[in-house]
Design a protein around this ligand. Sequence first.
Ligand SMILES: [Zn+2]
Length: 851
Amino acid sequence: MSHMRDSLIFWLLLLALAPMSLPGQAKSPTEFMGRAPGTDFELAGWETIGGWFDQFGENTPTAMTLNVGTSTEGRPVRICVISSKENLANLDRIKEISKAIADPRDLSPAMAESLVTEAVPVVFVSCNMHSTEIAAAEWSMTLAWDLGTSDAEVWKQVRDEVVTVIIPTVNPDGLDRVVNWYRRIEGTPYEDAYLPELYQLYAGHDNNRDWFALSLEETKIVTRMLYKEWFPTIYWDVHQQGSLRERMFVPPFRDPLNPNLHPLTISGIGALGSRAMLDMTAAGFTGISSGVSYDMWWNGGNRNVPVRHNIIGILSEAASANLASPIWIDPSDLIAPRGIETGYAPSNRFPAPWPGGWWRVGDIHRYTTSLGESLLGSVAREPETWVRNSLRVARDVVQKGRDEAPRYWLIQPGQRDANAVSRILTILDSQGVEMFVAQEDFEGDGRPYSAGTLILPREQPYGSFLKDLFEVQRYPDGPAPYDVAGWTLPLLFGIDRVEILQSMNVAMKKPDDLEVLTAALSRTPENSEVFAQLGEDHFKATQLDLHGTQWVREIMKAWGKGQQVILHGGRKLQGVSKNPTVLTVSAEKTEPEKNSVPQFSAKYVYAAPPRVGVYAPYVASKDEGWLRWVLDHYEIPFKRIRNEQIRAGRLEDFIDVLIIPDISERVIRDGRKPGSVFPELAGGLSPEGVIHLESFVQRGGRLICCGRSTDFAVDQFNLPLVEATQGTEELPALSCPGSILRTLPVEQEVGPWTHLLPEMVSIFHSGSRAWHVADTAEEHQPEVISLLEYPRSEILLSGYAKNTATIAGASTWVTSRVGDGRLHLFGFRPHYRSWPHGNFELLMRAIFFKH
Ligand SMILES: [Zn+2]
């Protein structure tokens, strides 16, 4: 409370002192908020910051604020474009030139030279994607104000020579969530407590893992601006890290370097970063590092995907305060930047260590302003150099696609999941990748392909991005990767793709319509009309093709129309030659035709979809968020189930299936520590919630556990499983921080779960579990059935994995009957970050196939 009173007095004082703003004149951030941006204990929400940008854009001749889309939870996403009046008046032409430089295939050398001279480089500044990295949201106002209105030489030059596009927050929903939480905890004993909810509805911090998969609205909006509209030269992503290491990281990045990145882009990143280190050191800033911690190996981060689109990608990471609360850092607590082995002392990558002391949100503002001045100043001093370099990079990438293998990737008709095909085509199109459809049968590398095949030529300006997305990743020798090492998109999506090495001669054209193309590339669904007999009555039924996930959408639609759905056990039906497993039954009774009346066991008939619950602890689980994303993607209704609801018992009163995402056994049982957070958010399931969960399964409920939560299930239900990834005395532990592995479905007589799955299923392994079923199960231990196993060899498909022999033959999806209910244990996460679209159908089978 005292802060509020203080700030009110401050505000009144300031109002008295401030010169009155004239109508039609923009207010500075300080005038608008009644305090300076970056004031201790104060955080502005999106209404304030967005409101400031609106009036600033409206009343400033050198700035324009635009609404560019709507966030996941419905807030406006804004950008602010700042440049000289002349440049703003000429914006269409500037964009046209940027586009021509980004795709120079039609430019003659003379034409290109003239465009380089005329071009005005576009620099994007992306702020506050990670909402708890809060400083940049308010700082974006300071940058806009200085850049738009200051008479200082550096800012005037930037206005004249550069078009700057500021994204004040890439994630407005999260900004408000964090600000509201801060207002709730500030001044309470829980001032250190972290958010109980994700700060992006589905992804939280993983919103910076979405830049190749484009599952989130915010990512889609920015991606569209970059590769369809603005074609920037530079993209600067403003972040914060922990509090105890360097005050600020600037590029160059650390190794390994992905071979698909152009050396000129890498050198450009290094030059801007090194110049910033120089300028900031000259200005008296200490604690700046480079060449540590952060790399650009993988394709998916906010800075990494632009780099694969020939854009200079800059990342900065400032040390954090405690949101807006200052922190005292004792010199003895300071830690050397990650990767510097010589302790907290001067290094070539960290020439001037910061001495320690108070660290405030205002300090982050000062550092970031200084960095901005250097970065934008560098571009403004030599605009032609940066434009000419990006032209050169684009030309080289196209040329390389012509000269080097692989030259194409193909997606042939007959893919098993139309839903995955639709998604991959949308991703490629949104990322600016050119696609073609073969107009005739053709040969590639000496073998035949049919007309209608999708052809993705590497010979295009974004050919490096395409290659990086479609090739198999081989992580270089040396230390293990920190995180994701393999991301081959067709493998993740369960889409068969062919790599073509030699040039081809084939008539091809761009697709007119992605929906038509999706249908052409996907299996023709073998949906056929049959009759169903339930009890005495006959109904018209549709027998659904079980390949992929289209059937999920179909049965959700059928339920929506009040129809019934039969999930059949995979045995041959009488009178039906096929081997169907899912049928939708129309609500209308009908007269059967002769000889077409199969019998159905009423046991498997659903009049409504199963009632799905998603376990949502108060630790803000990203994996829980992504699980919700997948369910929402298929429009499957679900409830979020909280600790107190489970502790209350009788779960069967309101759910049939409970899914526990990747959450540690400790969090499931104990939750957040009492005293560390408001009482209603503390604690876990133990003991009564655990007991009720057990009875829920005993009485017929289905429990699906993914990733780490399987530890809980193995312990609690006494399953005869021995965890395999940790190795044994003879076998070293598996090392695989994030890569694509091969598994084999095991066909089972007892249930339909693996029926008609492809011969091989590629899964994403990241801290995943695998088990051997114990030979000597104790008495009373439930029987476990293995549904998905690692093969004996060739386990790694893309990325990095060491000691794979340790998991050879181990299971990573098992099921077990417990009482009247059933358990499903996925050692991996079939919904991981929304990436492994090819695994979604496994999850759907566990949810829908009761048996
Ligand atoms: Zn961050």
